[in-house]
Design a protein around this ligand. Structure first.
Ligand code: PLP
Length: 405
């Protein structure tokens, strides 16, 4: 069977393979600590579920929506985001529009399709979300990575971004709060980034803000366009209900962008997937977005507690160099390269994160996501969302593993 070279150029998800292995071990009776999840292990708020129930009664919930989504929802989203960002509502009124898609992954995919031609370069700030490079490659683009590490708190230097700008650079993807690092970039960083962008007027920013409501350490995330609103003319704001309403399976994300970009994304959407799920869109039109904050309050409290437990365990175990202040989203990156355990591996600058993730699963029953997929070799992402008691048990096993030579 001949498959397209486009598909052959895209990596399989290692996470899926590890998950399969974890399920098999679980079937064999082994206790598994799942720290690889990218979602909240809870149901959405009851008020939202109730709206979904209510909308089941209407014919329109079962029929096509407009390609870009129901106008009432798009307007409501723009109002909500302008409020979240302390922007006057009129900033999105004239030159900007919103398009609703099947999850924010789909919104990002369509944005890239609207913006890049083959061989165009897209800048990624490492660590980055695993799907960005694959989506860029799918459209024929070239991912260009700017690195950061645990010692700079996973915040890349603006000067390092400047160094990779070329005549082919079209887009930069910013993800704050960041998956996998669980940090958001500071106000000072965002201001510097805004000034940097002013020097490159053709550069478009995809600002992936899907975790912006899940932040548990002040100051809260801010964004470059809040300091220079003219940058909204070349910014695509990406959001979703996946994380903020614990609804990854409902597949509803959106982009707020300049009208020509939204129109281009609509063209792609219209000829491929059509508008997203009408039932969920209609439930969202009815749902009070002000309930998102109280819904997330206990979640944030829980994540903050697990993050504090993690830091404490690492400190106690003399793994201080692995420690950094996570602030938002619900992830933490462990850097293996300076732990005693790493002495077993060759110091040949290769990546051993898959092997280490496999060992953690086979020996300790812990699933983590290998860091290589996030552009950070010899590290792993863990999620801070499971219950505190099993999380503490898993942490004890992790620190023991990291300190075993
Ligand atoms: N962006 C980031 C940074 C993510 O971590 C995820 C999912 O984990 C997404 C986008 C996509 O989310 P969804 O397509 O469920 O909205």
């Amino acid at each position: 069977m001949l498959l397209s070279s486009r598909v052959k150029g895209i990596s399989d998800s290692i996470t899926m393979k590890l998950n399969e292995k974890a399920l098999n071990l679980n079937d064999d009776g082994k206790v598994i600590y799942n720290l690889s999840g990218g979602q909240l292990p809870i149901k959405p708020p009851p008020e939202f579920i109730e709206k979904v129930h209510h909308q089941l009664n209407f014919l329109k919930s079962y029929q096509y929506s407009p390609v870009a989504g129901f106008p009432a929802l798009r307007k409501k989203i723009m109002k909500y985001v302008s409020e979240l960002r302390s922007l006057p509502p009129e900033v999105f009124e004239e030159e900007t529009d919103c398009i609703v898609s099947n999850g924010s992954k789909h919104s990002i995919y369509n944005s890239l399709g609207a913006l890049i031609d083959p061989s165009d370069e897209v800048i990624l700030l490492a660590p980055y979300w695993v799907s960005y490079p694959e989506m860029i490659k799918f459209w024929g683009g070239v991912p260009v990575v700017v690195n950061s590490n645990v010692f700079d708190g996973f915040v890349p230097a603006i000067e390092d971004i400047r160094k990779v700008i070329s005549a082919r650079t079209r887009v930069i993807i910013l993800n704050s709060p960041n998956n996998p690092a669980g940090i958001h970039y500071s106000e000072a960083w965002m201001k510097e980034f805004a000034s940097f962008l002013a020097e490159f007027p053709d550069l478009v920013v995809i600002s992936d803000e899907v975790y912006s409501e899940i932040t548990y350490f002040d100051p809260k995330p801010s964004y470059f366009y809040q300091y220079d609103r003219s940058l909204l003319k070349r910014t695509i704001i990406i959001q979703a209900i996946s994380k903020s309403l614990a609804s990854t399976g409902l597949r509803l994300g959106y982009a707020i962008a300049p009208i020509p970009i939204v129109n281009a994304m609509s063209k792609i959407q219209g000829q491929t997937t059509s508008g997203p799920n009408s039932l969920i869109q209609r439930a969202l039109i009815d749902f009070d977005f002000n309930l998102i904050e109280p819904f997330l309050a206990p979640v944030k409290h829980h994540v903050r507690q697990n993050a504090a437990n993690l830091r404490e365990k690492f400190r106690e175990a003399n793994l201080g160099h692995c420690w950094y202040q996570s602030t938002s989203a619900f992830y933490f990156m462990i850097d293996f390269s300076r732990t005693p355990m790493f002495a077993r591996f060759e110091s040949d600058h290769k990546d051993y994160s898959y092997q280490i993730a496999d060992e953690l699963l086979q020996n300790e029953g812990i699933t983590v996501v290998p860091g290589l997929d996030f552009g950070l070799p010899n590290s792993a992402r863990i999620a801070l969302v499971i219950e505190e008691v099993p999380f503490l048990e898993a942490l004890s096993k992790i620190v023991k593993y990291l300190n075993t030579i």
